[in-house]
Write a protein that binds this ligand. Structure first.
Ligand code: SF4
Length: 428
C-alpha cells in the first residue's frame, strides 16, 4: 500500500511520524510524499491552541476532499481530546488516541484490514520520511507529563509519563547514524522527566547514547527547567553533546509563574543558567515566554521584562496568551486586553532581537564545527551561499564555489561577520 503521513504541531508529533513510517515499511508498505496517490493517510493532529484545533480539522477535511478514496487514520492531541467529533469528520476511518500511538500501525492492519507483505518490506531507513534533509532527526524518548501547568493542554492530551527503554533508543540512534544522520535531537513532552517510570533518568540516557553510538552530534529538545539529573552539566564535557539548552521560562514574574503553576521560579532559573554558563563554554540558552497571561499587571510585566533582560537569551519564542478551553488558566479572571498583549509582545520582540544580536557578537571570531545543510542561495554565476548550524545552535552561512557542496558535512568555520538573521563564516 502507498502510505502518506502528515503532522501538525510539535517535534514529538514529527518524531512519531518518522517511527510510523519505519514501521509501515517493515510491514511491506511504501511511503509516498504524494497525498493524492496514497491509499492510506495518517494525520497526527495538534490541540495546543484553539487555532491548532481548527487547522487539524481543516487538514483532515482537505485530505478527504482531495483524495476521497484513501483511508484516513487520525491521531494526536486534537483527536484524543475530541474523539467523538473527530470520528464524525468525513473520511476518518480510524481514530487512534495518544495512549495507543505506539500501536498505530498494528491497529491500522487489524482494524482496516490492511495486508502485511513482509517479503516486500524495505530495509528500515531506506526511505526515511523526512529526516530533516538528511542532516538531523528527532527521536521521541518519552511521552506525557505529571505536572499541571495551568495553561497547558498537552499534559491533559498526552497523559502520564511513559519512557522508551534506553536500549530501544540506542538502537534507533544507531539506525539513524547508518542512514547518514549526523545530528539526533531527543524530544519528549517532559524530557527532564525521562526515566521516571523505569528507574532511569535523562543523564543515564545521554551517557548511554554517547557511549553506545557514534552519532557525531546529540542535541536536547525543549527541556523544562526542573527535574534535571545531578551533575547534569558535566555531561557537556563530551563535545558530542551540543551546548544549547531550550529552557521554557514562560514568565519572569514569580507571581505570574505561581498562577501558571510552574515548578521553577526566577531564583531557581537564575541558578540553573549560572551553573550552565559556568560549566559549558559558549552555551546558548533559549526560552519560551507567554505574554499577557491572565491577570498580568503592569508591575508584573515590568518585573518579567526586567528579569528576562537580566538573563540574556540567545533566542526567545514569544507566545501571546490565548484562552485554551479545558485548561485551568481559561477560567482565571482578568484576561489581559488584546491591545495590551500586542504592545507587550512588541516590546519583548525588540528586546529579544537586541539580546540575539548581543549573543551573535559574543560568538564573533570564534571557530566552530558547523553541520552544513542543503539550502543554497545563489550569489552569482560562480558562487552560492550555504547554511548550517554551530553546536550552540547559531545559524551560519558561508560562500562556496558552485562546483562544491557541503551538504551534511561537519566542517570547521570561523565566524567573521554578523547579519540580522545569521552569522557569516569562513571555512577553516
Ligand atoms: S511541564 Fe510542560 S508539558 Fe507538563 S504541564 Fe507544564 S507545560 Fe505542560
Amino acid at each position: 500500500m502507498l502510505v502518506h503521513l502528515r503532522t501538525l504541531g510539535c517535534r514529538l508529533n514529527e518524531a512519531e511520524l518518522e517511527s510510523w513510517a519505519q514501521a509501515f515499511q517493515k510491514k511491506g508498505h511504501q511511503i509516498t510524499r504524494e497525498q493524492n496517490e496514497a491509499q492510506l493517510i495518517i494525520v497526527n493532529s495538534c490541540a495546543v491552541t484553539q487555532d491548532a484545533v481548527r487547522k487539524s480539522r481543516q487538514l483532515i477535511r482537505r485530505i478527504h476532499r482531495d483524495n476521497p478514496s484513501a483511508k484516513i487514520i487520525a491521531s494526536g492531541c486534537y483527536v484524543t481530546l475530541n474523539s467523538d467529533e473527530a470520528a464524525e469528520l468525513l473520511g476518518v476511518d480510524l481514530i487512534v488516541s495518544n495512549q495507543d500511538k505506539d500501536r498505530l500501525v498494528e491497529l491500522a492492519i487489524q482494524e482496516l484490514d490492511i495486508p502485511t507483505m513482509p517479503a516486500m518490506s524495505t530495509e528500515p531507513g531506506e526511505i526515511s520520511l523526512f529526516s530533516r534533509g538528511r542532516q538531523r532527526a528527532f527521536v521521541k524518548v518519552q511521552d506525557g507529563c505529571r505536572y499541571r501547568c495551568t495553561f497547558c493542554i498537552v499534559t491533559v492530551a498526552r497523559g502520564e509519563e511513559k519512557s522508551t527503554p534506553i536500549e530501544q533508543i540506542v538502537q534507533e540512534v544507531n539506525r539513524l547514524v547508518e542512514q547518514g544522520i549526523n545530528e539526533v535531537i531527543l524530544t519528549g513532552v517532559h524530557l527532564g522527566g525521562y526515566g521516571s517510570d523505569i528507574e532511569q533518568n535523562l543523564g543515564h540516557l545521554i551517557s548511554a547514547i554517547l557511549e553506545q553510538t557514534s552519532v557525531p552530534r546529540l542535541r536536547l529538545g525543549s527541556l523544562e527547567p526542573w527535574d534535571l539529573p545531578d551533575n547534569f552539566f558535566t555531561l557537556f564535557n563530551n563535545p558530542r553533546l551540543m551546548p544549547h539548552l531550550h529552557l521554557p521560562l514562560q514568565s519572569g514574574s514569580d507571581s505570574v509563574l505561581k498562577r501558571m503553576a510552574r515548578r521553577c521560579k526566577t531564583e531557581e532559573f537564575t541558578q540553573i543558567v549560572a551553573a550552565a554558563r559556568a560549566q559549558v563554554p559558549h552555551i546558548n540558552i533559549t526560552t519560551d515566554i507567554i505574554v499577557g497571561f491572565p491577570g498580568e499587571t503592569a508591575q508584573e510585566w515590568q518585573d518579567s521584562f526586567a528579569y528576562i533582560q537580566s538573563i540574556g537569551f540567545g533566542h526567545i519564542h514569544i507566545f501571546t496568551y490565548s484562552t485554551r478551553a479545558d485548561t485551568k488558566a481559561a477560567t482565571l479572571a482578568e484576561q489581559v486586553p488584546n491591545a495590551l498583549k500586542k504592545q507587550r509582545s512588541q516590546q519583548l520582540h525588540k528586546l529579544a532581537e537586541a539580546m540575539k544580536q548581543e549573543f551573535f557578537r559574543q560568538n564573533q571570531d570564534q571557530s566552530f564545527e558547523v553541520l552544513w545543510e542543503g539550502q543554497k542561495e545563489q550569489i552569482n554565476a560562480q558562487t552560492h551561499k550555504v547554511f548550517g548550524y554551530t553546536p550552540n545552535y547559531l545559524r551560519v552561512a558561508t560562500i562556496i564555489d558552485n562546483s562544491q557542496s557541503l551538504e551534511n558535512q561537519i566542517l570547521e568555520a570561523k565566524i567573521t561577520a554578523i547579519t540580522p538573521k545569521y552569522l557569516l563564516a569562513e571555512l577553516a
